[in-house]
Design a protein around this ligand. Structure first.
Ligand code: PRP
Ligand code: URA
Length: 208
């Protein structure tokens, strides 16, 4: 499994604003959404296409389109929902599932409190959305819930990934491709990503 880290001046610029503790909720939310669009753009590079014919104002032509019905996006609540707008702007007909989980503040283990996905999820390629891949525990549980439903192709889209989370996913689910806008240095003693951006959920929703 290779990790795709987006390298682009625009990505670096947006990340610099996002990470800054002075950046307020509105701008933080907008940038999470913009970076999600860029991640989705990259993650769909290998999208299957079908042949179709259209008519321009000048002539008929053969072209190709993506079958949007082959995709589902699954944000991990809460912070993952901040990425959803930026993704459905690109693929408006995809279906959406939700995994609700929060990390226990002492053990750092995720607790699942909600799981609802489209009925035909096993026939779709699934992109899991979460801004932060820290210990990897939340991503791992989300992947396992989806595989239990029969999902065969999963991509994990995050804004920032820690080496520890990447290592865990590589060991347990080498078939899951990770897309990120930054691989950061490490986790601190509270399992926060350093340098990171703080608590993504609190910053998206302004709860602290
Ligand atoms: C954050 C983040 C991930 C998780 C990552 O969510 O959005 O879901 O932590 O950490 P991990 O890789 O160590 O599991 P949090 O549990 O803070 O919930 P929230 O989105 O509701 O704030
Ligand atoms: N969750 C966050 O929101 N931030 C981190 O740095 C780690 C987990």
């Amino acid at each position: 499994m290779e990790v795709i880290e987006l390298k682009h001046p625009l990505v670096e610029h947006k990340l610099a604003i996002l990470r800054d503790k002075k950046t307020g909720t509105k701008e933080f939310r907008e940038i999470v959404s913009e970076l999600a669009t860029m991640l989705c753009y990259e993650a769909m590079r290998d999208a299957k296409m079908y042949e179709t014919e259209i008519e321009t104002p000048l002539t008929k032509m053969k072209t190709r389109k993506i079958d949007e019905d082959k995709y589902a996006f699954v944000p991990i609540l809460r912070a993952g929902t901040g990425m959803l707008d930026g993704i459905i702007n690109l693929v408006p007909n995809a279906k959406i599932g939700h995994v609700g989980m929060y990390r226990d503040e002492v053990t750092f283990k995720p607790n699942v409190y909600y799981f609802k996905v489209p009925k035909d999820i096993d026939k779709r390629e699934v992109f899991i959305l979460d801004p932060m891949l820290a210990t990897g525990g939340s991503a791992l549980d989300a992947i396992e819930l989806l595989k239990e439903k029969g999902v065969k192709k999963i991509k994990f889209l995050c804004i920032i990934a820690a080496p520890e989370g990447i290592k865990l996913l590589k060991e347990k689910h080498p078939d899951v491709q990770i897309y990120t806008t930054s691989i950061d240095e490490k986790l601190n003693e509270k399992a926060y990503i350093v340098p990171g951006l703080g608590d993504a959920g609190d910053r998206v929703f302004g709860t602290k």
